[in-house]
Design a protein around this ligand. Structure first.
Ligand code: COS
Length: 382
């Protein structure tokens, strides 16, 4: 289907597509097998200026919106969701600074994020604070001209690889979510170290690691926005970033459909290519229909968010649920179309199916997204 992209948007797609075809697809199986972080590919992505998409022009960026980012993420995830997740995590990590940071912090961090010289990561999740994000226990106390942070963050994408971390911590623990604030912590700050590196089912090329803050001291000006407004900034950050995750589902499902169609035209059983059997054709048709419906919703939601920054939550959660549930279904069906071969590592669809699972879990489970949609409906009809 034609989505009438601008010349600049088409350029984003073409650039990301070239990187996917030339740099990602040839090595994705090896990265997956070795749990290997795609440093060189991210450097290529930086050279191609894709990290600048989400940074405003005045800080050296392209000044794009949610839709532009989604286009890049879709193309990169067609190659490998692990690589695309590493790219997406840098955007997620810097969104709090974009949303609420002081001019000083923006000048300090955004240009090097735009150039891809430094990568970012978002430190929200903790062992006891996943879906219940307001249950975080990391604390930050002001001591003279420095904040002192204590706590452990879990499952942080780009952990140990990024240089810039936005960390959510309680500045008024008795106030719960209303006592949360966000801070920028840099690789190398005193008291900041990395813990356990996770061994995952999918997106194995992305780095997922613990962050340990033990009397971590950072300058006073690294507070992002006003003290106590951190939770709202977290929610806005996730509203903006979730369509990007939905877009990863679109790229992944497209890749799985492509594999399934090509295979079904080559594979001969009962004397005919299996694509000529209606049972297979209907599976492929359903995959294509669901994929296109998902793409249309993601594009519409991202464009809605770009034009309605005060009314993002429902559109963001809706597209995240639909596109990522769809990606799980389409990748599972792709394995089914390839049958026994689909289950083997010599074909890429088993990796796609493993990669799809996390999309239903991270950046807010799909059950949480349904809560958000339900709550928004409740408000609309009250
Ligand atoms: N934009 C702005 N403010 C928002 C918001 C949004 N999208 N969503 C919630 N808020 C505000 C609420 O208005 C409320 O403010 P007040 O305290 O002033 O009333 C506050 O945030 C708390 O909201 P709520 O009461 O709905 O939060 P809960 O404690 O019930 O927690 C959350 C539910 C929001 C945490 C849950 O729905 C959620 O999103 N969980 C997933 C977290 C997540 O994505 N984790 C993975 C991170 S991977 S990086």
């Amino acid at each position: 289907m034609e989505y009438f992209l601008t010349e600049e948007q088409q350029m984003i797609v073409d650039t990301a597509r070239e990187i996917t075809n030339e740099k990602i697809i040839p090595v994705r199986a090896e990265l997956d097998e070795n749990n290997q972080f795609p440093r060189e590919i991210l450097e290529d992505i930086a050279k191609a200026d894709l990290f600048s998409i989400f940074v405003p022009e005045e800080y050296g960026g392209f000044g794009g919106g949610c839709f532009d980012i989604a286009l890049a993420m879709e193309e990169l995830s067609r190659g490998c969701v692990g690589v695309a997740t590493s790219f997406a995590a840098s955007a997620l990590g810097i969104f709090p600074v974009l949303i609420a940071g002081s001019e000083e912090l923006k000048e300090q961090y955004l240009p090097s994020i735009a150039s891809g010289e430094r990568w970012a990561a978002f430190g929200l999740t903790e062992a006891n604070a996943g879906s219940d994000a307001s249950g975080i226990q990391t604390t930050a106390v002001l001591d003279g001209d420095e904040w002192v942070l204590n706590g452990t963050k879990q499952w942080i994408t780009n952990g140990g690889e990024a240089e810039i971390y936005t960390i959510v911590a309680l500045t008024d623990p008795q106030k719960g979510a209303r006592g949360a604030s966000i801070f920028v912590v840099e690789d190398g700050d005193p008291g900041f170290s990395y813990g356990k590196k996770e061994d995952k089912m999918g997106i194995r090329s992305s780095a997922t690691r613990e962050l340990i803050l033990k009397d971590c001291r950072i300058p006073k000006n690294r507070l992002v926005g006003r003290k106590g407004t951190g939770f709202i900034t977290v929610m806005k950050t996730l509203d903006i970033s979730r369509p990007g995750i939905a877009a990863l589902g679109i790229g992944l499902a497209q890749a799985a459909l492509d594999e399934a169609v090509v295979y079904s035209k080559q594979r001969v059983q009962f004397g005919k290519p299996i694509v000529s059997f209606q049972a297979v054709q209907h599976m492929l048709a359903d995959m294509a229909i669901q994929l296109e419906a998902g793409r249309a919703l993601v594009y519409a939601a991202a464009r809605h968010i770009d034009n309605n920054p005060k009314n993002m939550s429902k559109a963001s959660s809706m597209c995240k649920v639909f596109a990522t549930d769809m990606a799980m279904k389409v990748t599972t069906d792709a394995v089914q179309v390839l049958g026994g071969y689909g289950y083997m590592k010599e074909y890429p669809v088993e990796k796609m199916m493993r990669d799809a699972k996390i999309l239903q879990i991270y950046e807010g489970t799909n059950q949480i997204q349904r809560n958000v949609v339900g709550q928004e409906l409740n408000k609309e009809y009250s």
